[in-house]
Design a protein around this ligand. Structure first.
Ligand code: NAD
Length: 487
């Protein structure tokens, strides 16, 4: 799928179909009201999509409940595995279409969606499908005349509420383990990016996933998202998004049925560069960590902490890489980064750029055209500035100098977020010492933001709790049952 031209993607875009209805109980269901899905790169309306509310949420949860209760999914591990493996194949078969839906929807380069997001989604789904017949319960040592075992039961109906920055991939991070564990799911894509989730539901039917096992509920957060959060028949909410909205789900659970809530939320990850580091490698990866996906990455390394003696050299080297992230047409394989997800979000990011110009020293970027914001670097910053404390979720890097290791660690820890951190040094002892001192979900040494399906992803503090990916995610969608038999 890599190596396609602008002409290829433009031609495909001209004939692509945008799924517009919700998907409930194995079929499309239109809501009486709609919302416009807009291409942020052009401002054009792509389609009017069902804006689901309480009525559609009730119907989707009922379909998921029925599909859970009769065991068509939860009690058939062999069929579950085959259906999810087939779904992974179908994602690969339709990779170009899915990549384009995500790109048109939220402005990311189609090149990256096709090379990274879509194949990555298929691989994650396949990994969880393969886990189905490899994870099983435990027999308990007992006295004679007793027999006991512990097994992991699916929770029931899981509501997955996801953001727009990796539309298909964020959905798969939730669906892979939740479905593999035997739950049924109602998926609520972000209103900015509903299409690949709706297309996925169609592919699931083609793959042999029984009706009602995967339902997709497009709509606005305060309506469709809230309706799932407060629903008395949802057993678990798994959420990725902002810290502000994540906290709302704790309230929704408290005011309804005390459902389990798993939250993956924001970040302001520090990237610590010591003077003894390979500064060229650190500069290249600092740009990747801050500007990839136009900085719309929860674990983006947006605070660059650099030892003062290396600051100017690092900034020079960093400047040489900025051109790789020049904004352009997301359908053009030569673009660096695409458009930000929406006019509203671009406005918010531009606001931070203007704030940064007042708070710190603008080193690069600082300009924008429509929803395209140039990679922007501010130096001479302090960790108490708003550009150092608040999640901007755009291509804005804040550079903060430090003198000692202790000072660097204190700045790194001084954040409400604790999702990820990176360390750059050639001193092995320092690498171990600093990595061990960083209390975040993922520490990367001499690289940034590494993740694989085998390793858990998530944070501490206001970055959330619970982990996506790995077998930890599979476990969180189950509850343990102990059975005792006396004979
Ligand atoms: P968001 O919180 O605005 O929306 C996330 C989801 O919640 C969407 O589906 C949205 O419709 C829904 N929602 C919004 N308001 C709601 C409400 N009042 N009630 C119920 N549901 C509601 O986040 P976003 O703007 O889509 O995504 C950006 C955020 O996501 C950033 O903060 C980013 O850090 C975070 N994120 C975190 C991770 C992670 O794994 N930690 C990954 C990606 C993105």
């Amino acid at each position: 799928m890599t190596g396609q031209t602008l002409q290829h993607w433009t031609a495909l875009a001209a004939r692509i179909r945008f799924p517009e209805a919700a998907f409930i109980g194995g079929e499309p269901v239109s809501a009486p009201v709609t919302f416009a899905s807009v291409n942020p790169a052009t401002g054009k309306v792509l389609a009017e999509v069902s804006a689901c509310g309480t009525a559609e949420a009730d119907r989707a949860v009922a379909a998921a409940r029925a599909a859970f209760t009769d065991g068509r999914w939860s009690k058939r591990p062999g069929e579950r595995k085959q259906a999810l493996l087939r779904l992974a194949e179908l994602i690969e078969r339709d990779a170009g279409e899915l990549a384009l839906l995500d790109s048109l929807d939220m402005g990311k380069p189609v090149r990256e969606a096709a090379a990274v997001d879509i194949p990555g989604s298929a691989a994650i789904l396949r990994w969880y499908a393969e886990a189905i017949d490899k994870c099983y319960g435990q027999a308990v040592p007992t006295e004679p005349g007793n027999h006991a075992w512990v097994e992991a039961l699916p929770l029931g109906v899981v509501a997955a509420v996801v953001p727009w920055n990796y539309p298909l991939e964020m959905a798969i991070w939730k669906l892979g383990p939740a479905l593999a564990a035997g739950n049924t799911v109602v998926l609520k894509p972000a209103e900015q990016s509903p299409f690949s989730a709706l297309r996925l539901a169609e592919l699931a039917v083609e793959a042999g996933v029984p009706d009602g096992v995967l339902n997709v509920l497009p709509g606005l957060g305060e309506q469709a998202g809230r309706a799932l959060g407060v629903h008395p028949d949802v057993d678990c909410v798994t959420f990725t998004g902002s810290t502000e909205v994540g906290k709302l789900f704790l309230g929704y659970a408290a005011e309804s049925n005390a459902k389990q809530v798993w939250l993956e939320m924001g970040g302001k990850s520090p990237n610590l560069v010591f003077a003894d580091a390979d500064l060229e490698a650190a500069a290249a990866k600092a740009c990747f960590g801050a500007f990839y996906n136009a900085g719309q990455v929860c674990s983006a390394n947006t605070r660059l902490l650099v030892q003062r003696s290396a600051q100017e050299e690092l900034l020079d080297r960093l400047s040489a890489h900025l051109d790789e992230y020049r904004p352009g047409d997301p359908l053009d394989p030569a673009c660096g980064i695409g458009a930000l997800v929406s006019a509203e979000h671009a406005e918010r990011v531009r606001g931070y750029v203007e704030l940064g110009k007042r708070e710190a020293r603008l080193v690069a970027g600082g300009n924008a055209r429509d929803n395209f914001v140039a990679p922007t670097v501010f130096a001479g910053a302090h960790n108490d500035m708003r550009i150092a404390r608040e999640e901007i979720f755009g291509p804005v890097l804040t550079v903060i100098p430090f003198d000692t290791e202790e000072e660097a660690l204190a700045i790194a820890a001084d954040s409400r977020y604790a999702l990820a951190a990176s360390v750059w040094t050639t001193d092995l002892a320092r690498a171990h010492r600093v990595a061990d001192a960083l209390r975040v979900g993922t520490v990367s040494v001499n690289t940034v933001d590494v993740l694989t399906v085998q390793t858990p992803f998530g944070g501490f503090g206001e970055s959330g709790f619970g982990r996506d990916l790995s077998l930890h995610a599979l476990a969180k969608f189950t509850g343990q049952r102990t059975t005792w038999i006396s004979y």
